[in-house]
Design a protein around this ligand. Structure first.
Ligand code: COA
Length: 156
């Protein structure tokens, strides 16, 4: 692993919308810059969300991670990773590990004692990644959804 894989990990800003859109498309969720910006406004102003980016240069991002606090009746609070992506050309250089470590630190400071993630079964490389960071697979789930927008459709 290089000594300095990225210049820094920092909180996302609204001005990151276009880079976040570029990376989010690699995750398989293409979205316009405007749509990304609208979501960013909600996420960066929320105290239960933490969106971090790995800055390669002031103009270019090498990855992002989004975590959010989950409050349930049946278990203690935890932070769940809602999304994580490292730029295709920058993988296996330690950036994903750094992003998760920073999110973990935010979770600890928020008084949360558990970190979780839901991963698609077919994303086997990410399973190996999470296992290498100490996360353990605990169950397999089936996801059910219903579109509430006009015209229906199947949400992704
Ligand atoms: C999963 C992902 C975020 C990992 O990021 P990364 O920066 O490449 O990972 P790191 O370099 O920090 O890897 C840390 C450790 O994880 C393990 N690991 C990472 N990628 C791996 C792979 N493809 N196969 C096996 N082990 C892997 C290794 O143990 C690695 O340490 P090492 O390189 O010293 O052996 C990245 O591959 C990615 O963006 N994938 C596509 C999107 C995705 O699947 N996101 C997760 C959605 S739940």
């Amino acid at each position: 692993m290089p000594e300095d894989p990225v210049s820094r990990i920092r909180r996302a800003r609204i001005s990151d919308a276009s880079e976040l859109a570029r990376l989010t498309a690699q995750l398989g969720y293409p979205a316009s810059i405007q749509a990304l910006e609208d979501r960013l406004v909600r996420v960066v102003s929320s105290s239960i969300d933490c969106l971090l980016v790995a800055e390669e240069s002031p103009e270019r991002l090498a990855g992002w991670i989004h975590g959010f606090r989950v409050q349930l009746l049946e278990s203690e609070n935890r932070v769940e990773i809602g999304g994580l992506i490292v730029d295709e050309g920058r993988r296996r250089t330690g950036i994903g590990r750094l992003l998760v470590a920073e999110l973990e630190s935010w979770a600890r400071k928020s008084g949360v004692a558990e970190l979780g993630v839901r991963c698609r079964v077919e994303r086997e490389e990410s399973h190996r990644f999470y296992e290498s960071l100490g996360l353990r697979a605990t169950k397999t789930q089936r996801v059910f959804r219903k579109s509430l927008a006009n015209g229906g459709g199947i949400p992704n």
